[in-house]
Write a protein that binds this ligand. Structure first.
Ligand SMILES: *[C@@H]1O[C@H](CO)[C@@H](O)[C@H](O)[C@H]1NC(C)=O
Ligand SMILES: *[C@@H]1O[C@H](CO)[C@@H](O)[C@H](O)[C@H]1NC(C)=O
Ligand SMILES: *[C@@H]1O[C@H](CO)[C@@H](O)[C@H](O)[C@H]1NC(C)=O
Ligand SMILES: [Zn+2]
Length: 308
């Protein structure tokens, strides 16, 4: 993600900024789970010893992620988890406030081989970038990207599970803590990212608010395909009706290197989409041309953590 201001200056300065970003990020490799740039993703996979790993085995072999050099995937604050409502601790948080969560134009949709990722245009006006406050978060968290996890059928798909029950899908809205200045810098801190997790459930009808999200999936069937959404995406209409009831815990990114930098909010209330809408995700392909499905990490151990 480039600083917005770099766009107005000469290519040489942009190049220097890019190199500096890579260098500054080198100490804290970030997975594409969180990072909106495909260039960065290439860099990560080039560097990591995942090279040569068959991509269709990516999730099937998620147990081996802990063995990657520099990986936190074997840590004690990993995500996702199986949330047990009975053993979570009741706590009252202030209300979430969603800012600029209205209509977002010309979002970039990318198939990165293991999810469909939606990010803002690089030239997106700074003053209109969505951000969140409240909800028990300290300070301001700015939107970076959203993406989804889904199954090969509706019996599985979500990353978080509630009392051992899976949902057919889970939407992740990824935000970074603005006090760290940039997304890359935020990833070095345990309160660096705030991810909102929204369960998708099959309803009787089409969800009109998801139309802009699913309608162009056919344009990005293959790995690294990218397109610009022609219709506006209304973030606030992707949220569940109820945003006051949620689970809160400290966890990690759910793809390598699984950095333990995420304040998780998992909303209790699911959002309904139709089976036909879910199927559009299931038609995407991974690098090997197979259906990109079951792109969820299995539940991780709780260790010494509390879910509120
Ligand atoms: C991780 O590495 C250790 C040590 O080399 C090995 O014993 C173990 O089988 C590896 N785990 C996986 C899941 O590949
Ligand atoms: C917010 O800040 C307080 C005080 O420093 C701290 O105890 C709490 O854990 C922080 N909460 C989050 C979600 O970062
Ligand atoms: C869905 O995936 C699971 C896990 O890989 C597999 O056992 C099952 O047979 C698949 N179902 C269909 C309908 O392909
Ligand atoms: Zn995710």
């Amino acid at each position: 993600m480039m600083p917005q201001s770099s766009l107005t200056c000469c290519p040489f300065v942009m190049f220097i900024v890019f190199v500096l970003l890579l260098i500054s990020a080198a100490g804290f490799p970030v997975s594409d789970e969180a990072y909106p740039s495909s260039a960065f993703e290439h860099w990560i996979y080039g560097k990591s010893n995942l090279k040569g790993t068959s991509w269709n085995k990516w999730y099937a072999n998620s147990g081996a992620w802990a063995n990657l050099t520099g990986s936190s995937c074997g840590g004690k604050q990993q995500s996702p988890i199986n949330i047990n409502p009975r053993s979570s601790v009741r706590k009252t948080f202030p209300k979430f406030r969603f800012h600029n969560y209205g209509n977002i134009d010309r979002m970039i949709l990318m198939n990165n081989g293991h999810t469909a990722m939606y990010s803002l245009q690089r030239k997106f006006p700074k003053g209109r970038i969505p951000y969140i406050t409240g909800g028990g978060l300290n300070g301001t968290y700015e939107f970076a990207q959203f993406h989804l996890h889904w199954g090969n059928d509706s019996t599985r798909g979500s990353e978080h599970i509630i009392a051992s029950k899976s949902y057919p899908g889970e939407l992740h809205l990824v935000h970074f803590n603005t006090k760290y200045g940039s997304f890359a810098d935020a990833t070095a801190h345990s309160d660096g990212l705030a991810v909102l997790g929204i369960f998708l459930k099959i309803g009787p009808g089409e969800n009109p608010y998801f139309r802009p999200v699913v309608d162009q999936l056919g344009d990005v069937l293959q790995n690294h395909d990218e397109t610009i959404l022609t219709n506006l995406v209304s973030f606030k209409d992707l949220l569940p009706k109820q945003t006051t009831s949620f689970y809160r815990y400290s966890g990690s990114l759910t793809t390598p290197f699984c950095q333990q930098i995420v304040i998780w909010t998992v909303f209790d209330t699911p959002v309904e989409v139709s089976e036909k809408q879910m199927n559009k995700f299931r038609k995407l392909e991974n690098l090997e041309g197979e259906h990109l499905v079951n792109n969820f990490r299995p539940s991780q151990k709780m260790h010494d953590r509390t879910v509120f």
